[in-house]
Write a protein that binds this ligand. Structure first.
Ligand code: C2E
Ligand code: CA
Ligand code: CA
Length: 857
């Protein structure tokens, strides 16, 4: 087989397989010069005839020559089908074969091949094609007898024409015909369609025509296959064997059709051989009065019995007909429904959204279906399913609509209930956590296009107290009240969820600026703070809010990311004293990392990341060390050295003070007991330990400390405790009790950082104190600032009057030391004397001091 023929042959075979939906097929080529070649179509493998038994080849060749070369070929292919009348038992007796089709292939010189398409069953055992060679031979024999009239069709040779002229001519022809006309190529691609066809199909070329085969299958299904076959055959017949179909149903949709005549023709367009299809619409306007009357009767009878509302509307939504069910559904009487009246039973949003959608959908001759809520005359709502179809006139223009509405309230209520159960919190009716998660994910995925998405985390302050003191039923009512306040404070489109307990979250989308969020958050804080009563209990609630938002740089955020951030911010709001909101910032994140490390270090004392240092306090009179202040140090393997100003705050804020303080006391007791044992320190020398304000708020704090000292057999008289005013101010009763007990047990109490806080004289009177430490910030400025100098003098005078000791902190130079001495302050602590020292350095210092003392004596 020469290569060109082979190529054409393969193309033809493939086209035929597709056209005939052949499962498996076998094709062969014959010519006077070449032996038959077989092609298994499933594999596209060409099998040389040499692979066939020789006697079969000879037989085949002879038959083929006789049928295709000695006589002319038939125009139509021969077709045998088990299910058709053409069934011939001789051929199809073979149970492996479903049907057979012969297709003659011609070129300008005549037939050069026959394609034999055979649908066969695979061998059950081998899953291979059964051997059908003998069958082919016998079928050819049959073919021989079936040949009737034969004719030879040469491939049409198209002479070269001026392409642009031809294009103009075709386009002008299209433009000037009133009939819908299409030009399409052999791949069924529509190349040109005139305005009449656009009108008919309610489509336009900008939206893109579907391929012609799709178009035909949809709108003229009755002849589509025949028409497409004709086009397909053109390729090898070289002409169209049928060109006209009359009185064909052209279907706009499932309920409206018109009759058309169809004309198919060949046309050259843009230099290629194409096809034209013209549709000629026929109008039989001859409807008799009788027809009309009976159709109207039918319509009225139907609409009155069907259990659904029916409306007929013109294209401007003016109503010309409603049935009785409409009145039952809406409470509107028929007269009021007419014209625009029916629209009053629709919600404004549906009028704005659904009606235009109906218009759009029906324009393309499709049905619209949806669900809406009807607004009844009594203002209640009714869920209905809605179905809309377009009405077209004989010019295929949209003239109006028929709407049918069906009451689905029952099934809807049921579905709504189910949905509520799955998505909503039963106590408040707000979204639940799982629904909230979905919504957050959706909001975040849209946020790159739609402004800022923000997440507020809201937690009621000290809600546990309510449950504990007033009981859970009251607690539930409080949660409900808060939920309704939230709902009335934010917009409808914001998703409010109850995440559990007293935790709420709100998702905001399309936020333009952070100011908007701040003002919403403040409104919420205010709204929750308004007092109310539950079962005659007056309730004063407050809440704290953490806010996270997507930033303007449109970075992608995951829901978890946002939740963590809002959570951190909420934490901060609580820490700042509750009843307020806080925006997430990256510093919070830093604090969290630090907190985690801190926890780790505290839980692993063996890592020795925490140590204590000792800063000497000097008595100027005696020129001796009067004591030490214990200061903590934290050296983390990752964070490095973190100052106590930073980590003590974290310890306090995160309820780690108990663990920390236990470690601190143990560490100090351990060192001091060694020193006492070897006589390194002597009374009245003392070691001062800083207490955190929070510790003094625990009722049993003093007892715990006293017990600890007793258990270590350490006398409190070796120690001073440094406290700040805040500890006392926040809770004078408990702090006072604790301090008194501690003082009684033998500790001295020093008031730390004096001057920086309230510096209340009243406090000095009420607190059990032994010392006052004047804060470093004053000492630093005594030489340079007159007012500061006056204040420090006043403090020293005050201590003298109240019979309290006084220590100056932060003495950094001799001048300051001298000034203090001149003003009767004789106990000093500061870099001028010593920086805080390690245990070893402190011991050396004490040893040296003892040596000096020995020398002096
Ligand atoms: P504080 O109680 O006022 O401690 C004195 C601070 O002043 C120490 O800083 C000390 O190193 C520093 N200081 C002492 N003399 C001078 C000086 O002449 N010049 C300057 N510029 N600074 C001087 P440190 O150790 O960083 O501690 C800071 C704060 O951390 C302490 O202030 C105290 O409030 C807290 N703190 C430290 N250790 C502990 C502890 O073990 N427990 C508690 N609760 N708080 C602690
Ligand atoms: Ca201190
Ligand atoms: Ca201090």
């Amino acid at each position: 087989m020469n290569s060109i023929n082979h190529y054409i042959f393969k193309e033809c075979v493939e086209a035929f397989v597709e056209l005939n939906n052949a499962e498996f097929a076998l094709g062969f080529v014959v010519s006077t010069t070449v032996q038959p070649n077989f092609v298994y179509l499933d594999t596209k493998v060409v099998i040389n005839s040499l692979d066939l038994p020789e006697k079969d080849v000879i037989k085949l060749t002879r038959h083929l020559e006789r049928n295709f070369f000695e006589q002319a070929c038939t125009e139509e292919t021969l077709f045998f089908d088990k299910n058709s009348n053409l069934h011939n038992s001789n051929v199809l007796n073979n149970k492996n074969i479903n049907n057979i089709r012969y297709v003659p292939i011609k070129d300008a010189l005549g037939i050069y091949a026959v394609i034999l398409l055979i649908n066969v069953k695979l061998s059950k055992v081998t899953q291979k094609l059964p051997d059908i060679t003998s069958l082919v031979a016998s079928s050819l024999k049959l073919f021989e007898h079936s040949v009737k009239e034969t004719e030879l069709y040469p491939v049409k040779v198209t002479p070269q024409k001026n392409i642009s002229n031809n294009k103009k001519a075709v386009e002008s022809l299209l433009k000037n015909t009133f009939h819908p006309t299409f030009i399409f190529n052999d791949e069924f691609k529509v190349l040109k369609a005139n305005s009449a066809s656009q009108k008919l199909f309610h489509s336009n070329i900008e939206r893109g025509w579907p391929t012609m085969d799709k178009l035909l299958e949809k709108s003229i299904p009755s002849v589509a296959t025949a028409l497409l076959n004709t086009i397909n055959k053109y390729g090898f017949l070289g002409h169209l064997n049928k060109e006209q179909w009359c009185d064909v149903n052209f279907e706009h949709n499932s309920y409206q059709s018109v009759k058309v005549d169809i004309q198919l023709f060949e046309i050259e367009y843009l230099g290629t051989q194409c096809f034209g299809l013209m549709l000629n619409e026929k109008y039989d306007a001859e409807i008799t009065a009788q027809d009309y009357f009976s159709s109207l009767q039918r319509f009225n009878a139907l609409t009155s019995v069907v259990p659904m509302a029916i409306l007929q509307l013109d294209k401007n939504w003016r109503c010309s007909y409603v049935n009785e069910t409409w009145g039952r559904y809406t409470g509107q009487n028929i007269k009021d429904s007419k014209e625009q009246g029916w629209l009053s039973c629709l919600h404004q949003s549906d009028i704005q959204e659904i009606l235009p959608t109906i218009q759009r959908v029906t324009f393309y001759a499709k049905n619209y279906t949806g669900e809406i809520q009807l607004k009844r005359i009594d203002q209640s709502n009714l869920w209905v399913s809605i179905n809309a179809i377009g009405l077209f006139n004989d010019k295929c223009e949209l003239t109006g609509f028929i709407l049918t509405l069906h009451d689905i309230s029952e099934s809807y209520l049921h579905a709504e209930k189910l949905e509520k159960m799955a998505n909503y919190d039963h106590l408040t009716g707000l979204s639940n956590r799982s629904f909230f998660n979905d919504r957050l994910a959706v909001a975040l995925s849209r946020s790159s296009r739609h402004g800022i998405t923000a997440l507020m985390f809201l937690d009621l302050d000290k809600f546990k107290n309510i449950n504990d003191t007033l009981g859970h039923p009251v607690g539930d009512k409080v949660i409900q009240e808060v939920a309704s306040r939230l709902a009335s404070t934010v917009r409808n489109e914001d998703t409010i969820a109850r995440l559990g307990g007293d935790e709420f979250a709100i998702i905001f989308t399309d936020i333009k600026t952070i100011h908007v969020l701040a003002s919403i958050a403040q409104k919420i804080v205010n709204a929750v703070h308004l007092p109310f009563t539950v079962e005659e209990h007056p309730i004063a609630m407050s809440c704290s809010i953490g806010i996270a938002m997507t930033d303007e740089d449109k970075m992608l955020h995951t829901p978890t990311d946002m939740l963590n951030k809002a959570d951190l911010a909420l934490y901060k709001a609580k820490e700042l004293g509750r009843n307020q909101f806080y925006f997430y910032d990256s510093q919070l994140e830093h604090n969290i990392t630090m907190l985690n490390r801190l926890r780790e270090s505290l839980n692993n004392p063996s890592k020795n990341e925490f140590t204590i240092v000792f800063q000497p306090q000097v008595n100027i009179h005696s020129n001796q060390i009067s004591g030490f202040e214990v200061l903590s140090r934290w050296n983390n393997d990752i964070l490095g050295h973190v100052g106590p100003d930073t980590f003590i705050k974290l310890v306090e804020d995160n309820n780690l003070i108990y663990e920390f303080s236990l470690w601190l006391f143990n560490e100090a007791i351990k060192t001091v007991s060694q020193w006492v044992k070897v006589g390194l320190i002597k009374q009245p020398q003392r070691v001062a330990i800083n207490l955190s304000a929070k510790q003094l708020h625990f009722h049993d704090f003093s007892d715990q400390v006293i017990d600890l000292f007793a258990s270590k057999d350490m006398s409190p008289t070796w120690f001073t405790l440094e406290v700040t005013e805040t500890a006392f101010i926040e809770d004078p009763t408990i702090a006072g009790k604790n301090l008194k007990k501690l003082q009684k047990a033998g500790f001295l109490i020093a008031l730390d950082d004096f001057g920086t806080g309230y510096s209340s004289l009243n406090l000095l009177r009420r607190m059990p104190l032994d010392y006052i430490k004047i804060d470093r910030s004053f000492i630093k400025d005594v030489l340079s600032d007159d007012d500061t100098a006056k204040i420090v003098k006043a403090i020293i005078g005050l201590c003298e009057m109240l019979n309290l000791g006084v220590i100056a902190e932060g003495v950094e130079n001799a001048q300051t030391k001298d000034w203090l001495i001149a003003n009767d302050c004789y106990t000093h602590q500061g870099y001028y004397f010593n920086r805080p020292l390690t245990k070893t350095d402190t011991q050396s210092l004490l040893l040296n001091a003892a040596a000096l003392a020995t020398i002096a004596s």
